[in-house]
Design a protein around this ligand. Structure first.
Ligand SMILES: [Zn+2]
Length: 665
């Protein structure tokens, strides 16, 4: 049987999620995939969900420690080798918080007494729901944004739309002074850490963030519990760290072991601004009392039935009190290993975080349950004597929510072992609906498309924002993100992220989780089993050339001295990589996986990309302003002066030389 026929067999099992594997294929290289695909069941996925979503488990808490033990036990029960990888990171925990409207003399009611009925404390926690008793669990907390500054301040308010860089530039254009004010902004558009960063840079002392109904509430559909969208008390929690690196804030680039040499807290740009998330009920109370000019841009209007105004005016004061404690706390990654038959240091890694802001039924467990069922499929096959060639690592990462901490610390301590890694597959929130969506490094896109029988053009590029960033941006391990989405609704980072919400929204049948489990198994098996290398050098070269071409086109559209320099540099890089095209195609035709593993690593610059030394991939980095998107060729794209552009160009052409050496082997 040819490799091509084997691919077709994988494809069948992947696209027909509930179909029985094709039993007519008894060829050696399909035995593993057949065996793997026979294992997963919706009932077991549901059981994993019940087990792992049984209580709130925020990193650094007792619930987190119990979750770690549950995972250890489950992997051991499967017969896998389990290592609990402890790390000691600077985490934050909430001590107290309060949001209060303290003064309100609405100009429409100038005679209103000082003791207005609209003065008062606003709710900062979700209401308990009889329909979802989990929402009353005593370990659930009020809404908070980890690493907020602590303080007690009273100030006027300014509305800043999504608080993106552009939104603050617009406020400046409109002569709205943010200095000394509390900014109120809606979630969406960028990572919340950048909202806090931009607000602080604009001079604000406080930031209130809320989910606007236009983005995720009643404008979208019925709200929880009658529907699945955010109700007026639903609050998005989350970290507001926005450093130039992920992982433990005090140990950039090195593993956060118990006795690691740490930075002083004062040497790290932790947020100073006081940040508090609220629901749109509370936000609406503040917004309705604002008296300034209405927002001139229609795009700034949300879904609340009130005029969105830029400023609150002097008569409206909000008091914001937040106390948080930042301290070094232990959490852990749980790493389960299945030894492959080759025993040559080759491995594939699949992971999803285990920590959450509450129960985490969707984030992360919609992915963690897929991780567990994937591990069980490999373990069952191994018990029958059907082993993959390479080792497979199943990783449940800790403290992702605080800043991608657990996976980053593990990666920083395992760089040598990672030289044997063919791929990292990430599964964060992976089963959220019927529509399979896959992102992958260019070098793996062809393999993933073949494994899952989808058109290669349907494979997206890969961004930031989850546990693949250490593998991809720091160590050059080509990565894949697999997730099925499309179920309407949100409980993101709220106390409503429960199995009740998940089953109402995504379904009781676990068809989405089955689909993603099958896709994950197909991709992992293809990485480990095929005679052809899953890594394409030609695709890596082509991707760099394509990015150069689009950078040239974009710069030509808006000519300026800087863009002209950028276009020139992109043209030179294009030339450096054009010379590699034939060699890459020849390499792909004859070289195997072991040689191919060096391809993406050749695009690492040990010195890092301009101003962000932790990010070493010259091909791709997290977007500076959004955190979730990715920036291609960051050395050229991010550079803001001619010298930096030239440096970026030289680094890229040097990486082309490194690649040429590998291709000539
Ligand atoms: Zn997550």
């Amino acid at each position: 049987m040819t490799a091509r026929r084997a691919l077709v067999a994988l494809a069948l099992t992947c696209v027909a999620p509930l179909a029985v594997a094709d039993t007519t294929l008894a060829i050696a290289d399909t035995t593993l995939i057949q065996s793997l695909q026979a294992t997963p069941t919706p009932a077991r996925l549901r059981e994993w969900h019940d087990l792992l979503a049984s209580e709130p488990h925020i990193a650094g808490t007792d619930g987190d420690a119990r979750q770690i033990r549950r995972l250890e036990f489950a992997f051991k029960q499967m017969g896998l080798l389990v290592e609990t990888h402890d790390f000691y990171a600077l985490l934050a925990r909430p001590i107290s918080a309060r949001v209060e409207i303290v003064e309100e003399v609405n100009s429409n009611h100038p005679t209103e007494p000082a003791q207005s009925p609209r003065r008062g404390i606003l709710p900062i926690i979700e209401k308990n729901l009889a329909e979802d008793p989990a929402s009353a669990h005593p370990d659930l907390t009020w809404g908070w944004n980890a690493y907020s500054g602590s303080g007690d301040l009273t100030a006027e308010v300014v509305y800043a739309n999504y608080a993106t860089r552009e939104d603050f530039a617009r406020l400046k254009e409109l002569n709205v002074d943010v200095t000394g004010k509390i900014v109120i902004a809606r979630y969406g558009g960028n990572f919340r850490g950048y909202k806090a960063k931009f607000a602080q840079e604009a001079g604000a002392i406080g930031l209130l963030m809320y989910i606007d109904p236009a983005d995720s509430g009643f404008t979208k559909g019925d709200v929880y519990p009658s529907g699945t969208w955010a109700n007026d008390t639903c609050i998005q929690r989350g970290s507001v760290l926005a450093l130039g690196y992920p992982g433990d804030p005090l140990t950039p680039g090195i593993e956060a072991t118990k006795d690691a040499v740490r930075l002083e807290e004062s040497a790290v740009a932790l947020p100073k601004i006081v940040v508090q998330p609220i629901g749109y009920g509370a936000a609406g109370k503040i917004l309705s009392l604002m008296t300034g000019t209405e927002v001139p841009d229609v795009a700034w209007r949300g879904g609340l039935a009130l005029p969105y105004r830029l400023e609150g005016g002097a008569a409206l004061k909000v008091r914001l009190t937040v106390e948080q404690k930042r301290e070094i706390r232990r959490s852990a990654n749980v790493i389960a290993r299945l030894k492959g038959s080759a025993n040559d240091g080759s491995l594939v890694i699949v992971g999803c975080h285990h920590d959450a802001w509450g129960f985490g039924a969707a984030d992360p467990l919609a992915g963690t349950i897929v991780l567990m069922e994937t591990a069980r499929a490999f373990a069952e096959s191994a018990a029958k004597g059907i082993l993959p060639k390479c080792d497979v690592l199943f990783c449940a990462w800790g403290a992702e929510e605080f800043g991608i901490i657990g996976s980053t610390e593990w990666v920083e301590g395992h760089e040598d072992e990672l030289k044997g890694a063919t791929a990292y597959v990430n599964l964060d929130m992976a089963s959220m609906g019927p529509n399979l969506g896959i992102g992958a490094s260019p070098s793996l896109q062809g393999m993933v498309a073949a494994a899952c029988a989808i058109d290669a053009s349907k494979i997206g590029s890969i961004g930031g924002g989850s546990d693949h960033v250490g593998f991809l941006f720091h160590c050059g391990v080509p990565s894949v993100t697999i997730a099925a989405g499309g179920a309407p609704g949100t409980s993101y980072h709220s106390n409503y992220d429960t199995t009740a919400w998940y089953r109402k929204t995504v379904g009781e049948d676990y068809a989405s989780a089955m689909l993603v489990t099958r896709a994950t198994l197909a991709v992992l098996a293809r990485c480990c089993e095929s005679d052809d290398s899953p890594i394409s050098a030609a695709a890596t070269v082509a991707a760099v050339r394509k990015e150069c071409a689009s950078l040239q086109a974009a710069s030509a559209k808006h000519p300026s001295p800087l863009n002209d320099a950028r276009a020139l540099a992109a043209g030179q890089v294009e030339g450096c990589f054009a010379a590699l095209e034939r060699a890459a195609a020849e390499f792909d035709a004859k070289a195997g996986t072991a040689q191919g593993r060096a391809i993406d690593r050749a695009l690492l610059d040990p010195a890092g990309i301009g101003g962000r030394p932790w990010f070493r991939s010259l091909a791709l980095a997290s977007d500076r302003d959004s955190g979730y998107r990715a920036t291609a060729l960051p050395g050229l794209t991010d550079a803001t002066d001619a010298a930096a552009i030239e440096q970026g160009q030289q680094a890229l052409c040097a990486s082309a030389d490194r690649l040429a050496l590998i291709l000539k082997q």
